[in-house]
Design a protein around this ligand. Structure first.
Ligand code: GLN
Length: 271
């Protein structure tokens, strides 16, 4: 079977996905060990029998609902490739807003930053690689997630400290930047029963108190662990902007603002 034929039939099998063509290309890329651009240069190239069987298997699993990132074992974030397993949240493009907020707000000088609930390490490692002068710590309550973050740090050549723990509990600080994409989805949100999120750790997605429980804990702890003039930056749900702004203001944070994600929704609040 030719590459273009394989992609076409996969796309037709993946109509339940919001991104059938992209999924097909990412899965074939994994099978052939090639970038997607290869398929446009060599559409007539033939797959051998093993390649075709493996591709069909991956397409079948994707059609049954498994996330592409679990099938390829990786996901791109802020221009870099991150290893992903079922132990972590799959990095989202919207979370790049969080990285950008930090890069634009803090100076390129030696300072201390911590990424809480780092998962794959996407946020903290992007910061460490974009700002080699920063001393970045990554924490996660999950040992399995922290192992993924460690693998990513090594593969990407980032120098960071990794620490297991609940939010800021195990950390002394003080920090110039505390940043986090914590769980913030309401446990009753039907969104948790649909699509890729069903395969992601619930502990990385859902929080009590209509999704606000962990945002509250982090904000309260951050107050005690920041230097004067330090920044707290939190990702949150599209409908939580005003609640999180009030939360930060109630804890004495100043210059509190919210930034939008790629879709223009409230996504990151900083103060
Ligand atoms: N934005 C993600 C979602 O809607 C949730 C990420 C998170 O809880 N930190 O699936």
């Amino acid at each position: 079977m030719r590459i273009d034929e394989a992609l076409r039939s996969a796309r037709d099998a993946l109509t339940a996905s919001p991104t059938p063509r992209l999924d097909a290309e990412l899965l074939l890329g994994r099978v052939l060990g090639r970038d997607r651009s290869y398929f446009y240069t060599w559409p007539e190239k033939q797959l051998d029998g093993d390649q075709q069987r493996l591709f069909e298997l991956l397409v079948k699993r994707r059609a049954a609902g498994e996330p592409v990132a679990h099938l390829t074992g990786e996901r791109e974030f802020y221009g870099r490739r991150f290893v992903v397993t079922a132990a972590t949240l799959i990095p989202r493009p919207d979370t790049e807003t969080l990285v950008e907020a930090a890069l634009e707000t803090l100076p390129d000088t030696p300072l201390r930053a911590v990424d809480l609930g780092t998962g794959t390490g996407a946020v903290g490692l992007s910061l460490a690689l974009e700002r080699p002068a920063w001393r970045v710590t990554l924490t996660d309550a999950s040992a399995a997630a922290l192992a993924v973050a460690r693998d990513n740090a090594e593969a990407l050549g980032a120098t960071v400290s990794l620490l297991r723990g609940d939010w800021l509990e195990a950390l002394a600080g003080p920090f110039d930047l505390i940043i986090s994409n914590p769980p913030y989805v309401d446990p009753d949100d039907h969104h948790l029963e649909q699509g890729d999120v069903r395969h992601e750790p619930r502990s990385a997605l859902a929080a009590h108190d209509r999704g606000l429980a962990d945002l509250r804990v982090i904000t309260a702890q951050a107050r005690e662990r920041l230097v004067e003039g330090g920044w707290l930056m939190l990702e949150h749900g599209h409908d939580q902007g005003s609640l999180v702004r009030r939360l930060l203001a109630d804890h004495g944070f100043q210059d509190v603002t919210t930034r939008g994600d790629l879709g223009g929704n409230d996504r990151v609040t900083l103060g």
